[in-house]
Write a protein that binds this ligand. Sequence first.
Ligand SMILES: Cc1cc2nc3c(=O)[nH]c(=O)nc-3n(C[C@H](O)[C@H](O)[C@H](O)COP(=O)(O)OP(=O)(O)OC[C@H]3O[C@@H](n4cnc5c(N)ncnc54)[C@H](O)[C@@H]3O)c2cc1C
Length: 320
Amino acid sequence: MTRRMSAIVITLAWLFLTGSASAQTVTGTILGTVTDESRAVLPGVTATITSPALPGGPQTVATAANGTYRFAGLAPGTYTLTLSIEGFGTYSEELRVVTGATVERNVSLKLSQLGLVIDRATCVDNMRRILEPARQHEFFVRIDMESSAYTEVTLEVVETLWNLEYRNIGVVLQSCLYRTERDLRKMNEMGARVRLVKGAYREPASVAYQQKEDVDAAYLRQMRLLIDHGTYPAFATHDVALLDQIKSYAAERELARDKYEFQMLYGIRRDLQASYVADGYRMRVYVPFGREWYPYFMRRLGERPANVWFVIRAILGEKR
Ligand SMILES: Cc1cc2nc3c(=O)[nH]c(=O)nc-3n(C[C@H](O)[C@H](O)[C@H](O)COP(=O)(O)OP(=O)(O)OC[C@H]3O[C@@H](n4cnc5c(N)ncnc54)[C@H](O)[C@@H]3O)c2cc1C
């Protein structure tokens, strides 16, 4: 019987700077992981790419012990990737390495999953183990913000890492919290990148605005502070009224469209995501990734059961 395999494939293209603007070349990478039907990784699979863009003819590699393969230094063009191994069917896919698509590698992490609930020092140590290779491979690491019980300690960890000269980190601030304006001014002074969100956690009136109008008004005040004094701010919201005001204010302040970005959740308001990109805005999509998706999903529901209705409404609300 022939078993089936599947592959997660990523194509990346970026500008490779070699000293002067005239010496820029674009190269791309095709990389991925091969697994069987039970999601177990498959080492020793023959991965081959063919393309008219390959002057030396097809290239072949075998997947490593963790099921991964990688083809680097590729010219822009269309490639056919074929994966084969005895006992499995052959998997084939057409891929494009595109020019002009520069990708900044970017991950988001939650400190409660990295030792923060044990103690701060453990968490800083764990973060350093992530930030070192991330720095080497030019990844930007965003530290998500959790409930207000963690705000202070999360910002302390960020500051500690910043003082240890890690500059490839950024933080998230929640407009619903009274303290955010103060935190935001501090991050602006440090030069740390901020993602501004409304806040996903149910918080008491002692620390947070309770009415949507107040949360939205705070978001707009903080948005202005970020546009005027922030470092490459990120505005993570699907609220069209807020999005319109962010775009207007950035235009009024003559902040170029590549000096800030919008962020949305994977699958939510895909119509807006596409139209913003078509209009020349930067849009980053937040994709939960990994095998532990079920506990993540249940935690998000526990934080805010209204998310179920959000998903349904957002899909029904799409304009295509
Ligand atoms: C990229 C990204 C990263 C985030 N990181 C954090 C973080 O680190 N910490 C944190 O506390 N919060 C985070 N959030 C969540 C954020 O705080 C809000 O809870 C969430 O974005 C919903 O608020 P909104 O700004 O979209 O506006 P809302 O007024 O809540 O929503 C506007 C409209 O957007 C749609 N919508 C919003 N959220 C969803 C959803 N989940 N599913 C389906 N439709 C939806 C609905 O149509 C809704 O009517 C993040 C959000 C995004 C997009």
